[in-house]
Design a protein around this ligand. Sequence first.
Ligand SMILES: N[C@@H](CCOP(=O)(O)O)C(=O)O
Length: 464
Amino acid sequence: MQYISTRGRVEAKGFIDTVLMGLADDGGLMVPAEIPVVAEATLQKWKTLSYEELFLEIFSLYINDEIPIEELRQLVSRSYSSFRTPEVTPVHQLNDSLYILELFHGPTFAFKDVALQFMGEFYSYISKKQNKIIHILGATSGDTGAAAIQGVRGKEGIKICILHPHQKVSKVQELQMTTVDDENVLNLSVKGNFDDCQRVIKELFADLDFKGKYHLRAINSINFVRILAQTVYYFYAYLQINKGDQLPKINFCVPSGNFGNIFSGYLAKRMGLPVNKLIIATNENNILERFVKTGEYKPGEFKSTHSPSMDIQVASNFERYLYYFLGEDTAKVSAYMQDLQQNGKITVSQEDLAKVQQDFAAYGASNEQCLEVIEEYKKTYDYLLDPHTACGIAACKAQASEGEVTVTFATAHPAKFDEAIRLVGITQQFPPQIEHLFTLPQHQKVVEHDKAEIVRELEAFYKL
Ligand SMILES: N[C@@H](CCOP(=O)(O)O)C(=O)O
């Protein structure tokens, strides 16, 4: 298995080098040169596997034996030992046509833990093997940062700096990141929004001297290993609810911000998972919905919503999808991405739009709808949804047809977003791991949205 850049100007790489590269050196994103296809008979065999066994099967298709299987098994076992359930991502059935895939049973109560617990173990493994310090740099709208910090806090050979938008994450998200007092962690609270944070990160990764000097590594979903780790739970969910001989097609409905989670579903489908519709759920920051409906990808005005992790305008994984849907034509991808940079938008032809609409459906829930759904599902099913999952349910209602079975992703635990839950008059009991955060001191540095200032902070941190 070789990996190439969506912009075609990077030499093909193996798995470990791809992960270490993060953002491709030509500014594109790394993708597998060929997507492996899983036969139906193999899918049938996978039905009896545990989550960890399934992870090993899927990763074995992608890692070229670069990590000996026993060592990989240990990494995976350590990664998921921190989850509160052995199933890692259990499925909860609400009715005949709707299942919830609970992705919030990891240490920071969000889906990001599933990939980032593994990445923490992986980076630690590589740092030891190569005897090199790893400097992780990431941007977050709340969940990635908390999960990434939790995955590497206190680990030798690793330093991590996370940029989050100042006062634009939930209180619990902020506490999860900033109450960590390990010396290898730096939190920069940037006066701006998530897109500003992500832009700075991408610029720093594109500065190859800076990247090389400090061995910068990415934990965001620009890193292909994040995407791959997330495909595992699509397979797992599917196999949990289809234990019989049949392999019917089902829908997946995914709250989406940076397009990484749903792109993992696209990859799973290309690998042969019987997927009917991939439904993109967004909030009022609905660039992805507008793209799927009109063919125009154009960042709009940033809005703060009840689902802050999805308050994103520029979805970085969109480029990976462009690559596949444009027929793996790297020249076309480069031209489209240049268009986005120079003219602020990408417009695809009507013919191409029809292809997009075969791959995805999309729906952006308003703030009101989000709260209405939380209230309705609490009353009807006694099930408390977090606001991102509620946007997912709203999208499922709008886009799934009668007779179809849909798995909607519960991407976070409601305790992370109590600000929204309280608005519908519900008082929830926090899990003790979250409750105790309110008693701890916070460590963060508030900075301007200014690349030079951020670089100064980083260099000072790296010298410590
Ligand atoms: N919603 C994310 C934003 C970053 O996305 P990623 O998947 O690229 O890490 C967050 O919570 O930080």
